[in-house]
Design a protein around this ligand. Structure first.
Ligand SMILES: Cc1cc2nc3c(=O)[nH]c(=O)nc-3n(C[C@H](O)[C@H](O)[C@H](O)COP(=O)(O)OP(=O)(O)OC[C@H]3O[C@@H](n4cnc5c(N)ncnc54)[C@H](O)[C@@H]3O)c2cc1C
Ligand code: SF4
Length: 465
């Protein structure tokens, strides 16, 4: 097949009408021929000059792995990616490549950038299907490290330390490992058994132990881990799981959920499946308030559960923080976007259930501190939308349990743990941190980058002890 170097090899996806009624994965990914053809579009910029590498927060040798894909050497490609990333099948699916590696790809100057994310996904899936595993350390060094949280930050830190010979135990509060990958991002974007569980198995194959149902700060404290349990260092990757609300009238009504709770019921506790007993509100008309990835996931989940869904966002489409691909998919599936609109009250019936949402129209004013134009209410433009369920998706902050039970651990005014960006060191000796617990809600790859930096920091600290 002749390849038009200016255009991407299209990726096959489930038909929007069909997928709006099921929870199966939207995107099918590339097959071998498609992957090799797409790889042939890469001009193989020199490693020290390749802009895509600088755009990747964990600096994957992108031209290196793509060159192997082009030749059909998929195992070699997997090894190149594995030098920098422990979770490629996940990153290939959920990373915001358009603003990272692909956003910098030289091919994008004239034509479409190389589909780096889809190629990464192809390589990781191929390795999974062919039973290729990462290589564990030759010998152990006898030093114990505790990792709190099994999200991308914790898994990456644990995997990197295990490769260096450390005896690593991850303590996870929930009954299942994976953090947001397991409880937040829906099955139709990130399959749990076929992808997330398999990548966690890879980390475990390096020797990492995972203890679930252990809440650090309740079951045991960080000080106890260090003083009584023989751990020489601790990494905190506990994420930012505490939802924010608008504090508007009616927000306590029955039928109002945080996106976190709504998605956890579906993803972790499988409420969408008939063979699970988890209850879920199958609203007929659902409003999702917010415009990020989490809002898109909640909206598309509600749609799949049979609702008409309105996304209510106070700025315009240009400012929607969700990935463009997610917005595109949501629109294709029939989600209604009420933009430049802000809720002012949730309307409640005589039995305490949601019956509607009162909103006001907004217009964009001068840029605010974030550089985005500030939404300003248009006086007298109030209107009501009839809905029976409201899902609040306004962001999250770190749970204060760990910081409030750990002596000498500094946090900032947003309740995020203060840690050095280069090595994860916190204000407390032997305690390191990274991911959403430090930055507030961010991305999978940034959490992985922080886990990597902290693994290096912990290794340096314990090597010099
Ligand atoms: C619905 C949703 C969709 C998203 N979509 C995307 C996307 O498309 N692309 C993207 O890049 N990012 C996305 N994100 C953001 C991304 O998932 C997070 O930035 C990332 O998971 C943060 O990783 P983490 O390891 O820091 O924390 P988490 O993934 O939150 O993991 C933290 C873990 O720590 C555990 N924990 C917390 N407290 C304790 C305790 N006291 N003791 C023991 N364990 C504890 C938690 O149970 C959890 O398992 C999304 C987030 C959500 C919620
Ligand atoms: S910038 Fe684009 S073309 Fe250059 S090496 Fe990276 S992926 Fe290939």
């Amino acid at each position: 097949m002749a390849v038009d170097v200016l255009k991407r090899i299209p990726v096959r996806e489930q038909d929007p009408k069909v997928r709006a009624t099921n929870f199966e994965e939207v995107c099918y990914g590339y097959n071998q021929e498609e992957a090799m053809n797409e790889a042939s579009r890469c001009i193989g910029c020199k490693q020290d000059k390749a802009k895509c590498i600088t755009g990747c927060p964990v600096n994957i040798n992108i031209p290196g792995f793509i060159a192997e894909v082009k030749e059909g050497n998929f195992e070699a490609a997997f090894k190149v990616i594995g030098e920098s990333s422990a979770l490629p099948a996940i990153c290939g699916r959920v990373c915001p490549q358009e603003s990272q590696c692909e956003g910098k790809c030289i091919r994008g100057l004239k034509g479409e950038p190389v589909s780096i994310g889809k190629l990464e996904r192809f390589v990781a899936d191929w390795a999974k299907e062919n039973g290729i595993k990462p290589v564990p350390a030759d010998s152990m060094n006898g030093k114990k490290v505790a990792v709190i949280g099994s999200g991308p930050a914790g898994l990456t830190c644990a995997g990197d330390l295990a490769k260096l010979g450390y005896d690593v135990t991850i303590f996870e509060a929930l009954h299942k490992a994976g953090g947001v990958l397991s409880y937040g991002i829906p099955e139709f974007r990130l399959p749990k058994d076929a992808v997330v569980a398999k990548e966690i198995e890879n980390v475990k194959s390096l020797g990492v132990k995972i203890e679930t149902n252990v809440i650090i700060g309740k079951s045991v404290t960080i000080d106890e881990l260090l003083e009584d349990e023989g751990f020489e260092a601790v990494f905190i990757g506990s994420g930012a799981g505490l939802p924010m609300f608008m504090n508007i009238p009616g927000e306590n009504a029955n039928g109002v959920f945080s996106a976190n709770e709504y998605l956890t019921r579906n993803n972790l506790m499988k409420a969408f499946r008939d063979d699970y007993a988890t209850p879920i509100a199958r609203g007929k008309k659902v409003a999702v308030v917010g415009g990020g990835n989490v809002a898109m996931d909640a909206a598309r989940t509600a749609l799949r559960l049979g609702a008409e869904v309105h996304v209510i966002y106070r700025r315009s489409e240009e400012e929607l923080p969700a990935r463009k691909e997610e917005v595109h998919h949501a629109k294709e599936e029939g989600i209604i976007f009420d933009l430049l609109t802000n809720p002012t009250e949730i309307l409640v019936d005589e039995n305490g259930w949601v019956k509607g949402i009162k909103c006001i129209k907004m217009e964009l004013g001068e840029p605010d501190a974030s550089g985005r134009r500030r939404p300003v209410a248009v006086e007298g433009s109030d209107f009501e939308i009839e809905v029976d369920t409201v899902i609040m998706s306004l962001g999250t902050s770190p749970n204060p349990l760990i910081s409030s039970t750990t002596i000498g651990l500094d946090t900032n005014k947003r309740k995020c743990i203060v840690a050095n960006e280069d090595n994860g060191q916190t204000s407390k000796t032997a305690v390191f941190a990274g991911g959403d617990a430090v930055t507030g809600a961010a991305t999978v790859i940034l959490a992985m980058g922080a886990g990597k930096a902290a693994a290096k920091g912990i290794h340096e600290f314990l090597s010099n002890k």
